[in-house]
Design a binder for this molecule. Structure first.
Ligand SMILES: [Fe+2]
Ligand SMILES: [Fe+2]
Length: 288
């Protein structure tokens, strides 16, 4: 028995219809950041800022790996809407990499070894390209897209008021990235479902991806934190850990959406956050 909905089940068709209706816009941003951005630009907290910095350091090459994994299947896609969405997905991810390079430059200028994290992650991706099958690489992308979608949704639907915790000069790049991750959250999944469709394998890859995501991000954060000299700032650590793992913390809030990935008829658009996304698009990009 296939525990994921078959691509022809009524629920799968319903989700795919939502997916197909999403207008995925490639926005060219050209962000610049002034030098006076404070060192700890999220909630004035070293741990949380450096966690986001570790994520941002891995983004540029991570986004390129996502593109690489999807491109492999591009010629086999028959659905013209999905093909169009794959092109937009590639465009969006390429821009994310470029803009996060600029943000990473800000932290590099402040002396943080973000280039070391970047290079280490790049090596890992090259290894993946030589050791993993195309289906395995695509599955990794599907899983990473789920992780980025639920993290984005935390700031879009669950706690949009927390966007105010970003320094004003950096808020827009994170909002922009969260919106676009939401717009294209089902693209890799739809490609996987239509051309690979090995649900059990995908679940195993989710466990593998989650573990490596936690290890890579955790290691990067600890490195950056040591560099900041704030690794013994107990108040800052307590506040940061509380934000992440507290009773009303981020991890608790996204855990249900994370686990939904393992359920029978999972599809990224079963978490329908179009309305909240529309509000942010309107607020930050004057889009209707
Ligand atoms: Fe992205
Ligand atoms: Fe993405």
């Amino acid at each position: 028995m296939n525990m994921f909905a078959s691509p022809s089940s009524s629920k799968a068709i319903q989700y795919r219809q939502v997916s197909a209706s999403i207008d995925i816009s490639v926005r060219s941003m050209d962000f610049t950041f002034p030098d006076e951005i404070p060192e700890f630009w999220f909630s004035n907290n070293p741990l949380l800022t450096l966690l986001l910095t570790a994520l941002s350091s891995a983004f540029p090459d991570g986004e390129r790996q996502f593109i690489h994994s999807v491109r492999h299947y591009q010629n086999k896609i028959e659905d013209p809407i999905l093909l169009q969405q794959v092109r937009a997905f590639i465009g969006q991810e390429a821009h994310h990499g470029k803009e996060h390079d600029v943000l990473n430059g800000v932290m590099l200028k402040k002396g943080y070894p973000v280039d070391r994290i970047y290079k280490r992650f790049k090596k890992m991706n090259r290894l993946m390209q030589t050791q993993f099958s195309p289906a395995h690489q695509l599955a990794c992308t599907v899983c990473m897209e789920h992780l980025t979608a639920i993290l984005s949704d935390y700031f879009i639907s669950t706690a949009p008021e927390d966007l105010a915790l970003f320094n004003v000069h950096l808020r827009k790049i994170w909002v922009w990235h969260a919106i676009e991750e939401t717009e294209h959250k089902a693209v890799a999944f739809d490609v996987y479902q239509s051309l690979v469709n090995r649900p059990y394998f995908l679940r195993l890859v989710m466990l593998e991806t989650t573990l490596s995501f936690v290890l890579v991000t955790g290691r990067g954060t600890i490195e950056l934190l040591r560099h900041s000299g704030r690794q013994r700032d107990l108040k800052g650590l307590y506040q940061g850990l509380g934000y992440l793992f507290g009773r009303k913390g981020l991890v608790r809030n996204i855990s249900k959406a994370y686990l939904d990935f393992f359920s029978a008829d999972f599809h990224p658009w079963q978490h329908d956050n179009r309305n909240m996304m529309r509000l942010l698009k309107n607020q930050y990009f004057n889009e209707q």
